[in-house]
Design a protein around this ligand. Structure first.
Ligand code: BGC
Length: 765
C-alpha cells in the first residue's frame, strides 16, 4: 500500500497474513490472557492451598464472579466482543477436569447484577447482594473450599473513596457480611480481588482463616480465564507489586491532603512516595502489609552469587536464580540502591534495575545481568544546599541490595564509595513552587520551603531559513527528499498554518479526532485513538478490539519484553483501523490509591513506570504508529482535573513525577507527548514553557510533537508559545489569527509547531 493510503482513504483492509483481520484476533486475545496471568500477584498462599487440582470442589462467592471488571472507565475503556468473567473462566477449567465448581450460586449473582445494571448501575459499581442462608447451606454441603470474589471500578474525571465501609478502598458493609458468613462455614478460603489499584489488604492479611489471596487487577477481556489459569496451576504466578500495600488508607503519606481542596493538591510528602516513604521514614515500615516488588509463586527460588562492580561509570550486577521448588516458575530479580543521606536526604531504597527470568524448570539455574549508570543515583538539589539546580552524587558509600521485593534483599559486597560530591548535571531552575510551605525530609520531619518566582525567559524561535519552493510542493515530496520541510512550510499561508495547529474532524471509525488534514498539500488527516488498555473505538462504530489488562497489571509483570508485544499488537489494531496515533502509554505516578485513573498508570515508582512505558512505545512505533506518552505531568487526582494546581517541589517533580517521562523519552523517543490538564505550580501544564520546552525538549532532547489533553481550559496562544504544538480535539482559528495580527504571537511561533506536527506525520506509514 502507498504511504498514507490508510490515513487518507480509510480502506477496510485486514493486515493479517492471508487477508485475516488482526483486530480482536485470537492471537491478540491470547496475548491479553498471557499478560493478564503474568501481572496477577499472589499475596498469600498458606499451606499451599493453591493451586487447586484433581477435580477439587469449590463454591464461588461474591457478585464479582459475574460482575467482573475488565478495565476502568472513560478513555481507558475498550469496546470488546466478549469478556470472560471469573465464573466462566473457572467453568472452562471444570470442563477440562481440573476443578468442580458449585453451580447453585451463579444464577443468584447473575440476576442480582443484571437487576442492578438495568437500574443504571455500571458494571463493577453494583452493591454486594445479601446472600440467602439457603444458598450458603447448600454450597457448604457441596464443598469445604470457598473462593471469594471482590471487584472495583473507577474511571476518568472522578476519584475513589477512602472511608471504611464505603465499598471502594475499603470493603462495603455488605461485602463484610458476605465474607463473614463464608468464613463461618468453610474451611479453606481463597480470595480473588479484581481491582485497578490498591484496596484495603488488612482484612485478609490479618486473618488466618483466609489462606490464599490473588490480586488479579482489572485484567482485560480474558481476565476470568487468566484467573482460572492461576487458580488451577496452569500458570505459576510471577507478578510482583508495582505499589506498596499499606495497612490502612491513612498510612499513605498523601492521604491527609488528597481531599483537602478541589483547587490544589500540595505534595508535602515530596519524594517520599510509595516505598520511598515506607522504607525510609522512621516507623513507617510497620505500616506495610505487602511491600513493593512482592509476589509469591507456586515454586521457590534462591537468588545467590550476587556480584556487583563498577565499570566505566556503570554499576553492573549479576545474580544466579535457582528454582528450588517442585514446579516451573519465573522470578523477578530486583536491584535497589541506598545512597548516603548527605545534606539532601535520600530514600533508604530506590529501584535501580530489574530482570524477570524466563520459565525455569525445578532445579534449573539462570544467571541474570543488570546494569545502570552511577549518574542515575544522583539527587536533585532544588534549594541550593550543595549546588543549586544540579543533580549531585553526594560523597559517601552507595550500597546495593538484590532480591525479590524491596524488603527481601541481600546486600551486595561491593559498595560504590566517593570521597567528594560529584555534580553529574548542572541544570537551571524550572517550574519551582511559590506556594509549597513545607516538605517532608527523610527523618519524617518537615522543612520550610522558600517561595520561588518563575523567572524563565522564553527564547524566540529561529525563523525557518528557507524559501518557499518555486512550484507548490506536496508533503510526499518532502518525504522523498525533493523539497525541505522548512521550504514546504514556507509556502503555506498564515491561515493554512493556523489550520494545522488544532484537531481535525473524525474520519472512519475514529472518535477522538485527527491531526493534519490539508488535502491541497497532501497532508493526511491522521486519526487518534485511546487508550492504555487497547485501541478504544466507541461501540456505535461497529468495531471491537482487544482489551488488554490495565496498566497497573502490565507493570506487575515486570516484563518489558511482554509490554513491547502488547504495544506492537495494539499498534497493529490501530493500523488496521486506519488510526495513526495511539494515545498511550499513560504514565502518571500512583501517588495515592484514590486517584480515579490509577488503573491507567503503571506504578508508584518512576523507574518501573519509565521502563514499561518505553517498552510499550518501542512496540507501538515499530509499526509506524505514533505513541503518545501522557499526561505530562503531576496529573495525580481526577476531581477538578482541568483546574487543580499540583503544588510540588522541583526535586519531587524531577525525581518522581517527571522521571518516568524522562526515561521513556530518552530510551524510546515517543513521537508525541500529551500535556496534562492540571496546573503545575500555578501554570497550566500545556502553557508551561519550563516543562515543555526547557525540560522536555531542551534538557531531555525530545524530538516529537506535543499535544494538549482534550478540551482543556488553557489558552491556545500561550500553549503555542510554550511549545505545545497542537490543541485537541479542535482549536479556535480566529483567536490565533487575531493574536498573530496583534503581534502576540509570530508566524515563526506557529511554524515551529507545524514543523513538529508534520515531522510526526511523516514517520507514519
Ligand atoms: C483523557 C486523555 C484521552 C483524551 C482523548 C481525555 O479526557 O484525559 O487521556 O487521551 O481524553 O480521549
Amino acid at each position: 500500500m502507498n504511504k498514507w493510503s490508510r490515513l487518507r482513504y480509510s480502506p477496510c483492509l485486514p493486515i493479517g497474513k492471508d487477508g485475516r483481520r488482526i483486530t480482536g484476533s485470537d492471537e491478540h486475545i491470547r496475548l491479553s490472557r498471557e499478560a493478564a496471568a503474568e501481572g496477577m500477584v499472589l499475596l498469600k498462599n498458606e499451606k499451599r492451598l493453591l493451586p487447586l487440582r484433581d477435580g477439587k470442589r469449590i463454591a464461588v462467592f461474591g457478585k464479582a464472579q459475574y460482575d467482573y471488571v475488565k478495565g476502568g472507565g472513560g478513555s481507558g475503556d475498550v469496546t470488546v466482543d466478549h469478556v470472560t468473567n471469573i465464573y466462566e473462566g473457572l467453568k472452562i477449567k471444570e470442563s477440562e477436569g481440573k476443578i468442580c465448581v458449585y453451580d447453585g450460586l451463579i444464577d443468584f449473582y447473575k440476576n442480582e447484577s443484571e437487576r442492578q445494571y438495568s437500574c443504571g448501575t455500571h458494571n463493577g459499581m453494583t452493591s454486594e447482594p445479601e446472600l440467602p442462608q439457603e444458598l450458603l447451606d447448600k454450597a457448604a454441603a457441596y464443598t469445604d473450599t470457598a473462593l471469594i470474589t471482590i471487584c472495583r471500578f473507577s474511571g476518568e474525571g472522578w476519584d475513589r473513596k477512602g472511608k471504611p465501609q464505603d465499598g471502594d478502598f475499603y470493603l462495603s458493609a455488605q461485602e463484610e457480611k458476605m465474607i463473614d458468613s463464608v468464613l463461618d462455614r468453610f474451611k479453606n478460603i481463597i480470595v480473588v480481588i479484581n481491582a485497578g489499584a490498591q484496596t484495603d489488604s488488612e482484612w485478609y492479611h490479618s486473618n488466618d482463616r483466609i489462606s490464599s489471596v490473588l490480586y488479579a487487577w482489572q485484567s482485560g477481556m480474558e481476565g476470568g480465564l487468566a484467573i482460572a489459569d492461576i487458580i488451577c496451576g496452569d500458570v505459576t504466578p510471577s507478578g510482583k507489586l508495582a505499589d506498596t500495600f499499606a495497612k490502612r488508607f491513612f498510612d499513605y503519606p498523601s492521604s491527609d491532603s488528597f481531599e483537602e481542596s478541589e483547587d490544589y493538591v500540595k505534595y508535602y510528602e515530596d519524594i517520599y512516595v510509595g516505598y520511598r516513604y515506607f522504607e525510609t521514614i522512621p516507623g513507617a515500615d510497620k505500616k506495610v502489609n505487602y511491600p513493593f516488588g512482592f509476589g509469591l509463586s507456586y515454586t521457590d527460588f534462591e537468588i545467590s552469587d550476587i556480584n556487583a562492580y563498577l565499570n566505566e561509570n556503570t554499576i553492573n550486577v549479576s545474580a544466579s536464580v535457582t528454582n528450588t521448588g517442585k514446579t516451573y516458575g519465573k522470578e523477578v530479580v530486583q536491584v535497589y540502591y541506598s545512597a548516603p543521606q548527605g545534606k539532601l536526604g535520600k530514600p533508604s531504597r530506590e529501584l535501580a534495575a530489574f530482570k524477570k527470568t524466563d520459565l525455569l524448570a525445578p532445579g534449573e539455574t539462570r544467571k541474570v545481568y543488570m546494569a545502570f549508570p552511577v549518574y542515575d543515583m544522583a539527587s536533585y538539589d532544588d534549594t541550593g544546599k550543595i549546588k543549586m539546580s544540579s543533580y549531585i552524587l553526594e560523597k559517601g558509600s552507595y550500597r546495593f541490595y538484590v532480591g525479590n521485593s524491596v524488603r527481601n534483599t541481600v546486600k551486595a559486597d561491593f559498595e560504590y564509595i566517593i570521597d567528594n560530591d560529584i555534580i553529574t548535571e548542572q541544570l537551571t531552575q524550572q517550574a519551582a513552587p511559590c506556594k509549597l510551605e513545607k516538605r517532608m525530609l527523610s527523618d519524617g520531619s518537615f522543612e520550610n520551603m522558600p517561595s520561588y518566582k518563575n523567572n524563565t525567559k522564553r527564547s524566540e524561535p529561529e525563523p525557518l531559513a528557507a524559501e518557499a519552493p518555486n512550484s507548490p510542493a506536496m508533503l510526499i515530496d518532502v518525504c522523498e527528499g525533493k523539497v525541505s520541510l522548512d521550504s514546504f512550510i514556507k509556502q503555506l499561508t498564515d491561515d493554512e498554518l493556523i489550520g494545522l495547529v488544532y484537531g481535525q474532524p473524525n474520519t472512519g471509525v475514529a472518535d477522538t479526532y485527527g491531526m493534519g488534514n490539508l488535502g491541497k498539500y497532501g497532508i493526511p488527516n491522521v486519526m487518534t485513538a485511546d487508550g492504555p488498555a487497547g485501541i478504544r473505538i466507541l461501540p456505535d462504530r461497529g468495531v471491537t478490539t482487544t482489551a488488554f489488562p490495565c496498566a497497573t497489571a502490565l507493570a506487575c509483570t515486570w516484563d518489558p519484553e511482554l509490554i513491547y508485544r502488547v504495544g506492537k499488537a495494539g499498534a497493529k489494531e490501530a493500523k488496521e483501523n486506519n488510526i495513526g496515533i495511539w494515545l498511550t502509554p499513560a504514565m502518571n505516578i500512583h501517588r495515592n490509591p484514590l486517584c480515579g485513573r490509577n488503573f491507567e498508570y503503571f506504578s508508584e515508582d518512576p523507574l518501573l513506570t519509565g521502563k514499561m512505558a518505553a517498552a510499550k512505545v518501542r512496540g507501538i512505533q515499530s509499526q509506524h504508529i505514533a505513541a503518545s506518552a501522557k499526561h505530562l505531568c503531576a496529573n495525580n487526582k481526577e476531581v477538578n482535573r482541568m483546574d487543580s494546581d499540583s503544588i510540588v517541589s522541583e526535586r519531587a517533580l524531577r525525581e518522581i513525577y517527571l522521571k518516568g517521562f524522562e526515561i521513556c523519552v530518552k530510551e524510546s523517543q515517543p513521537w508525541t507527548v500529551m500535556s496534562s490538564y492540571n496546573l503545575i505550580n500555578g501554570a497550566r501544564a500545556s502553557e508551561n514553557y519550563d516543562i515543555i520546552t526547557n525540560i522536555l525538549r531542551n534538557e531531555w532532547g525530545f524530538k516529537g510533537m506535543v499535544t494538549t489533553d482534550w478540551n482543556n481550559h488553557a489558552d491556545e496562544c500561550k500553549e503555542l508559545l510554550a511549545g505545545n504544538d497542537i490543541k485537541m480535539p479542535f482549536g479556535f482559528h480566529e483567536q490565533i489569527k487575531e493574536a498573530l495580527a496583534e503581534g502576540k504571537i509570530t508566524r515563526s511561533d506557529i511554524e515551529v509547531c507545524v514543523k513538529c506536527i508534520l515531522e510526526m506525520i511523516m514517520k507514519l506509514d
